[in-house]
Unconditional design. Structure first.
Length: 298
DNA sequence: CGACTTTGACCTGCGC
DNA sequence: GCGCAGGTCAAAGTCG
């Protein structure tokens, strides 16, 4: 769908000097694309990135989405992928089975939320613990796509992290599924202030995003460090030399969980969530999740 | 010792 | 029906 109307006032073209979130409506419930525009004078067009990279994904239209940081999505129902890999590890078959029972439906129908974040870090900390279970090179992008799963055995949330082929500085994170645990598992046993999540939620609410209360925008955590930098002005390199997951963890450990809140007020780096529904579909990841109306397919 | 990352192989789905 | 691409699993290796 092209709900261009879904675009929030502040989008990529937000007012200079003022960051803004842009939510591109989601055609599918559960799917949404968020874009956070920073005051960066840069030509950095989130949408551009998203679409650019998506362009190549014309493949099977599989579900593709962009990366994001937010956690979970609010899926309407936990039925989607009950198996998350099938309940069993059966074998690859299971995996595939999980994908899509139906051709028309393609693979998974779970709600997906894609976020685009300008970061040098591939795997942004979102407050949850993720385990990487695979990495694949995609044709459409020179950068490999990483697959993460929530370490919580009961949580079936999956995350795909990929760098925008157009803007290597942009990380596209796609969340699939919803966390079944309120507590955010911090890297080292810490917990995030869910309260702060409320703030995020509100944001989601505004966007009409189906985000559950337990969810919040993860970008916060990793953003802490970045945030400051981001303000610097550069649209793209807000981060430090490059924080690795481990580094992030260390930072988190050292830092209290307050960051979460800040996110709401101040976004970390540039986070773009692409969640809208692109009527055109076909945009690879994004296509499945969201469609960005104003964006051009390139 | 435990947890996580990395790499390769396998399977499914879709397009041609 | 075949081939291509994406997605997932499993095993091994590495690091804290």
């Amino acid at each position: 769908m092209d709900d261009e109307a879904a675009n929030f006032g502040s989008g990529p073209d937000n007012v200079p000097g003022e960051p803004g979130w842009t939510f591109v409506g989601g055609g599918n419930e559960g799917s949404g694309l968020f874009s956070y525009g920073f005051p960066a004078p840069s030509p950095f067009d989130l949408a551009d990135l998203a679409w650019d990279r998506s362009q190549p994904f014309a493949r099977s239209g599989s579900s593709s989405s962009e990366e994001t940081e937010p956690p979970p999505e609010p899926p309407p129902e936990p039925q989607e992928k009950p198996s998350e890999r099938s309940s069993a590890t059966a074998s690859s078959a299971s995996a595939a089975a999980n994908k899509g029972p139906k051709k028309g439906q393609k693979r998974s129908r779970q709600p997906r939320v894609a976020f685009m974040t300008k970061s040098e870090i591939d795997h942004l900390e979102d407050g949850y613990r993720w385990r990487k279970y695979g990495q694949k090179a995609v044709k459409s992008s020179p950068f490999p796509r990483s697959y993460y799963r929530c370490t919580n055995s009961k949580c079936t949330v999956k995350k795909r992290v990929e760098r925008s082929s157009d803007d290597p500085a942009t990380v596209i994170t796609t969340y699939e599924g919803q966390h079944c645990h309120h507590t955010v598992s911090f890297p080292r046993g810490g917990s995030v202030n869910i309260g702060s999540a409320a703030a995020h939620i509100s944001l989601a609410d505004q966007f009409k995003m189906p985000m559950p209360p337990q969810l919040y925008f993860p970008s916060l955590h990793f953003s802490l460090p970045n945030r400051a930098i981001v303000s610097s002005g550069s649209h793209l390199l807000p981060l430090r030399p490059a924080l690795t997951n481990q580094q992030l963890r260390q930072q988190q450990q050292q830092m209290p969980a307050e960051p979460s809140l800040e996110l709401t007020s101040s976004p970390p780096t540039t986070t773009t969530a692409a969640a809208a529904a692109n009527g055109s579909g076909g945009e690879g990841l994004l296509g499945d999740i969201v469609g960005v109306p104003g964006m051009r397919n390139r």
